[in-house]
Design a protein around this ligand. Structure first.
Ligand code: ADP
Length: 190
């Protein structure tokens, strides 16, 4: 199974991706996690990405596309994957299309987690308080404002992009974690 999870920061993509991983023996490919690992390791990519991420901006398309391309080729991704936080721009979506076509692979679905904007700040603040080792540098009100603006401008257009391809499944992300998981399964027919 090859899926994309789409939704604003705080929508619950990471939480739901982990649950799908456990149930379907596929890997979660989170560009946010991979970039944070690169920052922590002090790699060239990490050095480039840190200030952009901390401010809530988007890392350049070529950087994240390169990361995903390498990752999709690894053995553990052959059974399927969930993309969490990628694609985030129309350019990234087009690069992904091309990448999959070249490999003869197809997406099964794009799951949109729909949430009211008003709940996001409190979710992010909750996560900031629960993160082991201290909150992420971008889990604060100011960076969230920027991340939301970027989401609306650059990522939200992907909803229509994937709808027009017949891949979009929209799920109510305002419910509890278990209920959202069930709704995702129902939408996927699994
Ligand atoms: P969230 O979904 O909570 O906003 P992520 O962990 O997915 O957080 O991403 C954190 C940050 O990492 C983003 O704000 C951005 O700076 C960077 N990032 C992650 N994925 C991408 C991507 N596909 N394209 C560009 N930047 C990305």
């Amino acid at each position: 199974m090859r899926l994309i999870l789409l939704g604003p920061p705080g929508a619950g993509k990471g939480t739901q991706a982990q649950r799908l991983v456990e149930r379907h023996e596929i890997v979660q490919l989170s560009t946010g996690d991979m970039l944070r690992a690169a920052v922590a390791a002090g790699t060239e990519v990490g050095l480039k990405a840190k200030a952009i991420m901390d401010a809530g901006g988007l890392v350049p398309d070529d950087v994240v596309v390169g990361i995903i391309k390498d990752r999709i080729e690894k053995a553990d991704a052959q059974n399927g994957f969930i993309l969490d936080g990628f694609p985030r721009t129309v350019g990234q979506a087009e690069a992904l299309d091309k990448m999959l076509k070249e490999k003869g692979l197809q997406l099964d679905a794009v799951v949109e987690l729909k949430v009211d904007e008003g709940i996001l700040l409190s979710r992010i603040e909750k996560r900031a308080g629960e993160t082991p080792g201290g909150p992420r540098a971008d889990d604060n009100a100011e960076a969230l404002k920027k991340r939301l603006a970027v989401y609306k401008e650059q990522t939200a257009p992907l909803v229509d992009h994937f709808r027009s391809k017949g891949l979009l499944k929209t799920v109510d992300g305002m419910k509890g974690i278990d209920e959202v998981s069930k709704a995702i399964d129902a939408a996927l027919g699994v």
